[in-house]
Design a protein around this ligand. Structure first.
Ligand code: FRU
Length: 487
């Protein structure tokens, strides 16, 4: 079975994209050109361009049979759309081309992805997942391998689900290719499986490299694994991970573990796991390494089973990616920093220094698409923070509570869409709090203390909610406030 489903999808997008309502379209984040987007896929730098694919349903602003959308960029910020790369048009992927990764081999660009296939009438329960390969000479036009599926159900070990086994992350070490799949042990624990190959086509199961211990969710999605400064880092997105105080309070979470992977025996030793992001909307990230040696992560800046106002209000699109972030390792923790390229897009600088504050202050600058840097010296204040995207009725509140050593994001009054609060403990450094905030139409990303923690959330304020205010209970000093528009 082969069809022209890719061309159909491209045609549909072309004919319908004028129907997009731009009210909440982001200025410097990647979205689908039309319809639905979820996980980032196949993130890679290939022939000097960054390629990012994404889970895509082009026909509606809801999840549906998955295609792979495709965009390229020179600088990770401004993306151009390319034709749909994969469509569900073969027996081994008839109900969806699910998430996966990209790798270069012999100058060709390979995509390794999961074919989702229904096996009975109950689509929620009756399905299998197979690992597949596609390749391209030019990085644009992809052909599915005649060897598909390259990892079939018979290659899944006994102690692993044959249904939920997906999202291959593939890379090469020495003479071998390795791929890592997210799955579960059929007894309630998520796990990652490792396979090995010398040609990307013939794969041999090695082992379960890591699993939860009744403490890390029921199923793991979207594994990513990389080495950083002599450590190995495993990222997974666990489903139904129980909340632990303020951590893991979203329906699905995203965690990282720092350890060591022994490729010979296929064991990843780790001690602890941590959230990657502390906001409402961050899931299923992918990383890549680029020619500058940077390890860069990009996440799906949405979340399953949430309200999607751009869908319910008929705007004909839903889903966006985070800003790509460079990862570094410090004191056995990951730090995240927006890639430097974002700075090229700054304009209209506003810079203020040493503002003593006890009470509230509205600044003479505003916007819905900007970067803001603020350094507070807490001085005598018990609580201080910012109100962004504010007008008479609306505000998105960022605050720091000194007694609880807690940073709080509150979106109860952020406009339409989900409400709530996210909290995380973080220490002041020499009594100072350093915030770097990116606001883009319907998103906010807050990098706290040089990326020690990050909070990412979607907000849907009114068009005129543009004010920027600061507040403090007791005196604080805003040592520095810098703002740039980013368009
Ligand atoms: C994660 C995920 C993946 C799957 C894809 C389907 O968000 O559930 O595990 O491949 O989305 O769109």
């Amino acid at each position: 079975m082969c069809s022209n489903k890719k061309e159909e999808a491209d045609q549909y997008i072309k004919q319908n994209k004028h129907k997009i309502n731009n009210q909440y379209r982001l200025n410097y984040h990647l979205m689908a050109e039309y319809g639905w987007l979820n996980d980032p896929n196949g993130f890679i730098q290939y022939k000097d361009m960054y390629h990012l694919f994404y889970q895509h349903y082009p026909y509606e602003s809801v999840w549906g049979p998955m295609h792979w959308g495709h965009a390229i960029s020179k600088d990770l910020i401004k993306w151009d759309y390319l034709p749909v790369a994969l469509a569900p048009d073969e027996d081994f992927d008839s109900d969806g081309c699910f998430s996966g990764s990209a790798i270069e081999k012999d100058n060709k660009l390979y995509l390794m992805y999961t074919g989702h296939v229904h096996t009975g009438p109950n689509k929620k329960k009756d399905y299998k997942q197979l690992q597949c390969l596609a390749y391209s000479q030019d990085g644009i036009d992809f052909t599915k391998s005649k060897h598909n599926p390259v990892i079939g159900s018979y290659q899944v070990p006994e102690n692993s689900s044959k249904k939920d086994i997906r999202d291959p992350k593939t890379y090469k070490v020495g003479d071998y290719y390795y791929t890592f799949l997210g799955s579960n042990d059929k007894c309630g624990d998520g796990q990652v499986l490792m396979y090995k190959s010398s040609d990307l086509i013939n794969w041999e199961f090695v082992s379960v490299i890591a699993k939860g211990n009744n403490n890390l969710g029921e199923n793991w999605e979207c594994p990513d694994l990389f080495s950083l400064q002599s450590k190995d880092v495993l990222i997974v997105s666990p489903q139904y991970l129980n909340a632990n105080k303020a951590d893991f309070t979203n329906i699905y979470s995203c965690v990282y573990m720092i350890g060591n992977l022994d490729y010979n025996i296929g064991k990843f030793e780790y001690n602890d796991f941590y959230p990657i992001d502390y906001g409402f909307n961050f899931y299923a990230p992918q990383t890549t390494i680029d020619s500058k040696g940077r390890r860069i992560i990009i996440g799906w800046m949405t979340m399953w089973e949430k309200e999607y106002p751009t869908h319910s209000n008929g705007h004909n699109w839903a889903g966006a990616m985070t800003i790509p972030r460079e990862i570094t390792l410090k004191d056995n923790k990951l730090y995240f920093k927006p890639v430097d390229e974002i700075e090229k897009y700054r304009s209209n600088e506003v810079a203020l220094n040493n503002i003593k504050l006890n009470g509230e202050k509205t600044f003479d600058t505003y916007g819905d698409s900007y970067e803001l840097q603020v350094v507070y010296d807490a001085e005598e204040a018990s609580e201080f923070g910012l109100k962004l995207r504010a007008n008479n009725q609306e505000e998105t509140v960022l605050s720091y509570n000194k007694k609880d050593k807690t940073f709080i994001l509150n979106i109860d009054k952020s406009g339409i869409g989900s409400k709530g609060e996210r909290r995380t403990k973080i220490n002041l450094i020499n009594n100072k709090l350093n915030l770097r905030i990116f606001v883009d139409k319907c998103s906010i990303e807050v990098f706290i203390n040089e990326g020690e923690k990050v909070m990412t959330s979607l907000i849907y304020p009114s068009k005129d909610a543009l004010e920027i205010e600061a507040f403090s209970k007791g005196q604080c000093n805003i040592e520095l406030l810098k703002k740039w528009d980013i368009e």
